[in-house]
Design a protein around this ligand. Sequence first.
Ligand code: GMT
Length: 373
Amino acid sequence: MNIAIVCYPTFGGSGVVATELGMALAEKGHEIHFISYKMPVRLNFISDSVHYHEVFIEEYPLFRHQPYELALSSKIVEVVEANNIETLHVHYAIPHAYAGYMAKQILKQKDIDLKLITTLHGTDITLVGSHPNYKTAVEFSINNSDCVTTVSNKLKQDTESLFDIKKDIEVIYNFIDMEKYSPKGRCKRHLIARPDQRVIVHVSNFRPVKRIQDVIRCFFLIQEKIDSKLIMVGDGPDKAMAELLAKELGIENKVLFTGNSNEVSEILCFADLFILPSETESFGLSALEAMAAETPVISTNTGGLPEVNIDGQTGYLSDFKDVKTMAYNAYKILKDDDILSGFKKRALKHASTFSIEKIVPLYEKLYFDALKK
Ligand code: GMT
């Protein structure tokens, strides 16, 4: 099948899922065309069935904001016509679903029936999409997609309660390539910590919703009881605040900020614990990546996180901002080698229920079903 995928090219979860999906589909023999304003950061699969099309926008002094949706719609039309694309899969509703709908209408006038699949990822619904500035257009583009998916049951519920949805929404969980996250053999843990220290990791885009100040505060309490180090992977608006907080708490020597990394699996391989204290998280792909690297997770109980992190089994869940409980739960996991090992094994086992082999065929089926509509 010839499939076009529209996504954000950055380190955000939706872009990662879209890119990994496209590469997996190409490996299964589909022809994949990525469309974005920059090469997706995780696109590292060289094959003659993977193509990248860049959306260019000329600066023009009249515009305060460049009309990206227009340029994207035009690019979709061009790519679909030139490559006999049958299915367009857009990740993150804003503005991709809207631009996809416009492209579909333009192509209809040319007697081309492009199927539009929209995957909702989280903040496109919970934080941004439901804002009055965007709500009407987001609701319209969801209702006018041929198929709509969400990455968790909770996100489906949120979508149905925040919008007037006239479509069936299918839940297709985020997925993970288990092979990629089990590199224990080539792990360089000794460069980061002594064998008797515990290593705690957080990965995100350091936006306010991720509550990275809670990661630092939680780690402060943990390191008072357990000799440990914290690795903060990622970059974003709250990074400077977190660095300052670590300094103020006098733990800056125990906290390493690595910046963005394309090699998250190389870092997770030496993690003993992963912390994700987000205010909201529709799924928590980074938690799944950690679990696939045999790492238990301390997370909040918000959004879809309880569908990924099983309380008392693969880690612990607690209320948003409840740093004390998070630290206490971390202590319960880290204090004893046997207990830690049990959590690690269960985290790995549960991660395998989201394996790429199980989830990608669900998207393939969705595309084939859409073509029959
Ligand atoms: O905030 C992020 O991590 C980025 C954001 C995105 O849309 O790019 O992530 C969302 O999509 C991911 C992939 O489906 C989910 O795993 C994240 O939970 C979700 N983020 C939030 O809901 C805050």
